[in-house]
Design a protein around this ligand. Sequence first.
Ligand code: PXP
Length: 248
Amino acid sequence: MATERLRLGVNIDHVATVRNARGGAVPDPLRAAKLAEAAGADGITAHLREDRRHIRDADIERLAAGLSVPLNFEMAATAEMQAIALRIHPHAVCLVPERREERTTEGGLDVAGDEARLGDYIAPLREAGSRVSMFIAADAAQIEASARIGAAVVELHTGGYCDAHAEGRFAERDAELERLRAMSAHAHALGLEVHAGHGLTYDTVAPVAAFPEMRELNIGHFLIGEAIFAGLEGAIREMRRLMDAARA
Ligand code: PXP
């Protein structure tokens, strides 16, 4: 398989976390998103949580209106969020778990356990032209259910792999990586576009970036933290360099 260019989606949620720590308007997530665009981000990801703990409604409106690159709108599968997505028409909608009962044991959305409802839920989003992505564990049953309901994309949860690396559990890390590798191939074979994200850092990005089926990585917390030391532009350029080197 030809290794296609891997897109980097920059998640700017935690710019809003810092802003909200003091109230007020700074730092501005839209300003960070525009800087990320200039540094080579292929898309911007933002998660409007039900509790609005970081991104707020006004941020989503400004991002939807002000970006030059695609917006990937992360949200829970609720009626409130569906109405917002249908109004702002993001390029992509990524469904994520927020409540405990929506989670599989590995931490992704339980598509297999809620297949009929989620199929109905995503139908109007697909009809409105958003690419619908399911944030799931690297698990065959979740991938197959995502394909059956007509999702265009699965985003595989890399949190377990990254946590195992950070905590020095290297055998587990390598097992997680093998699971991600096998399930990327499985999802691709079913016609799904494969994305991944959660917890990725300079130390963990390369093996995932090297999977030939991988088309997009969504990375936030580490980049916003690293921006304290290297600036946001420097942090994004270094992540882009590591991704490109892994693909070469
Ligand atoms: N992908 C999804 C679906 C997410 O919900 C998140 C953030 O919670 C990310 C990627 C980015 O994760 P991180 O901020 O750990 O890089």
